[in-house]
Design a protein around this ligand. Structure first.
Ligand code: IFM
Length: 486
């Protein structure tokens, strides 16, 4: 264990401080639709999320991203907050319909200028910009043409990636193609709890393949338009799937969900093939003939690191027909996001929960990192999201005290440290999220931010966790004992 200077390595006492490598990246993360607002300004056209949020009954309280946190106007203040905290990197996403309205044709200068101003300001404050190309806001016109279940969307995505790289490649070094394609494919097209709200399991599998293809094509488009020092990656919400027991049907349920959640992406992206068991498990739905000759080598492009998002583990059992959609933590739907896995039951793992009802379990992050390090030993990992929603409020002194979030972050950062000690190449950590924001189907009812946003006024109040995280980021030292070690 690497212990802060001054500690005796041979001591059996619990460590009081955990020191991260000096090159470790400390950041915060957001996404365009969740924070920008300005939905109709400067040529932006609707995305699938504008349409979905405006459809009655889809988003809690009828909330939309029309104004969100008004980051489109308050970006300078938001960068100043990050600079004050002392974080070294900021992961944000480009709004595709702001950069290239309708998803076709030339880029819009005003849209790009927004990201130029933002990234200039970040660099000025010594904060490295990390740009995600796609965090779920497909231009509505492309959905009207068939969306991700159609192959052409992958080509459109690559063309957009080229435009973005050409415009911003001189200032953004680190690029991420897709954020959590599992959500785009399976929540968007199978359970319908995300935009565009379709409920067709075959469309979801087709979407997963075309997201994979779009990723591979976008990596190539980025590489040909970026300087050679640029870093290119993808972010996956790898599910850490645990069987409820060691009974064969529970172990098999875990294998199947692992294939549908994780290996459907890591297989083609990192190994150049779809897992045999996934193809077999879903053969009653599709023969996968939408995978064409040449697609797999195109998808499997070298990456500079893998972005991993983690919030909570996934606990499953097999053998109970019709229960797969009841408690998988992604919102209520009559339709399952898990094609051909109707007999899998999702359980709430033990322990305390966040305001999302998600179990707090840092061991899941540790075990996940160790597994990824073992499965892909030459690929560095970056935690591109981790964090928690709690029911935060402003106290009479005007402050927001969020000890639960601090405890969550502390436990998860200690888990990251343990994984690094175990030899896993983890390069950085991005706290989700910088700001309270539009939490998709939950609207503004869930607060993930380190910074509280008072929605009626737009005022920002850094929470106690923001100050705590800034201190850890500045020092690179986690100064409380690792709750996982005894
Ligand atoms: O808010 C989301 C984010 O957009 C993607 N990852 C999970 C977060 C919390 O649900």
């Amino acid at each position: 264990m690497v212990i802060a200077a001054g500690h005796d390595l041979s001591s059996t006492e619990a460590p009081t401080a955990l020191t991260f490598p000096s090159s470790f990246t400390w950041g915060t993360a957001t996404a365009a639709y969740q924070i920008e607002g300005a939905a109709t300004l400067d040529g932006r056209t609707p995305s699938i999320w504008d349409t979905y949020a405006r459809t009655p009954g889809k988003v809690r309280n009828g909330d939309t991203g029309d104004i969100a946190t008004d980051h489109y106007h308050r970006w300078r203040e938001d960068v100043a907050i990050m600079a004050d905290l002392g974080v070294g990197a900021y992961r944000f996403s480009l709004s595709w319909p702001r950069v290239q309205p309708t998803g076709r044709g030339p880029s819009v200068q005003k849209g790009l200028d927004f990201y130029r101003r933002l990234t200039d300001e970040l660099l000025e404050k010594n904060i490295q910009p990390v740009a995600t190309l796609y965090h779920w806001d497909l231009p509505q016109d492309l959905e009207d043409a068939g969306g991700w279940p159609e192959r052409a969307t992958a080509d459109r995505f690559a063309a957009y990636a080229a435009l973005a790289a050409e415009a911003l490649g001189d200032r953004v070094r680190t690029w991420i193609t897709l954020n959590e394609p599992w959500c785009s494919a399976f929540l968007g097209y199978a359970s319908g709890v995300h935009a565009p709200g379709r409920t067709d399991p075959v469309a979801a599998l087709r979407a997963a393949h075309h997201l994979n293809l779009g990723h591979g094509k976008a990596v190539q488009a980025l590489r040909s338009n970026l300087p050679s020092y640029a870093q290119v990656s993808v972010t996956l919400n790898i599910h850490h799937v645990r069987p409820h027991s060691q009974e064969a049907e529970d172990v098999d349920a875990a294998r199947r969900i692992d294939a549908l959640a994780n290996r459907v992406f890591t297989g083609p992206m990192l190994q150049g093939e779809y897992p045999e068991d996934l193809l077999r498990d879903t053969s009653s739905l599709t023969d996968w003939s939408f995978v064409k000759d040449g697609d797999l080598p195109e998808i499997c492009q070298p990456l500079d690191f893998l972005g991993v998002n983690y919030y909570t583990p996934t606990l499953v059992s097999g053998g109970a027909a019709g229960s797969s959609h009841r408690s998988d933590g992604h919102g209520k739907s009559e339709h399952t996001p898990w094609p051909a896995a109707d007999d899998v039951t999702f359980h709430l793992p033990p322990g305390s929960t966040t305001a999302m009802g998600w179990a707090v379990d840092p061991t899941g992050l540790h075990d996940l990192l160790v597994r990824m390090g073992r499965d892909f030993p030459r690929l560095p990992l970056m935690i591109t999201e981790n964090g928690a929603a709690f029911d935060d409020y402003v106290d009479p002194a005007g402050e927001v005290n969020d000890p639960d979030r601090i405890a969550y972050l502390q436990g998860h950062l200690a888990a990251v440290h343990r994984a690094i000690e175990a030899g896993v190449d983890v390069r950085g950590y991005f706290l989700w999220s910088l700001l309270d924001n539009f939490e998709w189907g939950y609207g503004y009812s869930k607060r993930f931010g380190a910074v509280y946003v008072d929605y009626p006024t737009g005022n920002r109040i850094p929470k106690a966790s923001a100050r705590w995280y800034g201190q850890v980021a500045r020092s690179g030292v986690l100064s409380s004992p690792d709750p996982m070690s005894d």
